[in-house]
Design a protein around this ligand. Structure first.
Ligand code: NI
Length: 226
């Protein structure tokens, strides 16, 4: 399931974040790539322990935990500390699948990558190219979102970033280990949760809502890993 989550950050917040990122010192993105994906990766990245990455990363994670759409779709168990990249001057990242397990630097923490997220910090009009292309069950999806928005997609999918031929594309990316490992199960729960939310608005006193909500939790109980 591919999901666009709008407005994680508002306009003013995006401007402040972008200004800070533009002044940061960037390193070669190959340092966090695996052996194979290093050959496909041509971009810049902030060091994982860069104070700015830590600061903006913490702000992102805080927003995520209070974002109903993210919570419902990702059912997060743990979130990898967000990383930051910059594509410019023809930079790209060819088709690859992300590593299954990520190790948090300087900690014994490991995160199984179930859900991948990209948060966009550059306005789409300010750069050419830089589409995130994801091979989905229904074909290739091309994603280029307004600054402050994010996209969620299954980490099992093949994906790439097309060359940025004008301007720069600043973004954050990270992975979530979900309480529900399988994308198809998460998608069912997400659809059901959406339907329950809408019914709660439209017919709040309908007795079947209790049954439906119960069924949601009984399905989640069947699939959850805590
Ligand atoms: Ni990737």
């Amino acid at each position: 399931m591919l999901l666009h989550v709008p407005g994680l950050f508002n306009r003013d917040e995006v401007l402040r974040i972008r200004q800070a990122l533009e002044q940061a010192e960037w390193a070669d993105g190959k340092v966090t790539a695996g052996y194979q994906s290093a050959k496909a990766k041509h971009n810049l990245q902030l060091a994982e322990d860069h104070p700015l990455a830590r600061e903006i990363g913490a702000a992102i994670v805080e927003r995520l935990w209070s974002n109903p759409l993210f919570m419902s779709a990702a059912l997060p168990r743990k979130i990898f500390p967000p990383l930051f990249n910059c594509y410019t001057g023809g930079g790209s990242f060819d088709y690859h699948i992300d590593n299954a397990v990520r190790y948090v630097k300087g900690s014994p923490e490991r995160v199984r990558t179930d859900v991948s997220t990209t948060v966009f910090f550059s306005d789409p009009d300010d750069y050419d190219g830089g589409e995130l292309e994801i091979q989905d069950t229904y074909g290739v999806q091309r994603v280029k979102l307004p600054a402050g928005d994010m996209v969620l997609y299954p980490s099992t999918s093949l994906h790439k970033v097309t060359p940025v031929t004008r301007g720069a594309r600043l973004a954050s990316f990270f992975w979530t280990q979900s309480l529900v490992r399988e994308d198809s199960q998460r998608a069912l729960l997400f659809e059901m949760d959406n339907a329950i939310q809408k019914l709660t608005m439209d017919v709040p006193d309908h007795p079947s809502l209790i049954q439906l909500t119960g069924t949601y939790h009984n399905l989640l109980r069947r699939w959850v890993e805590v």
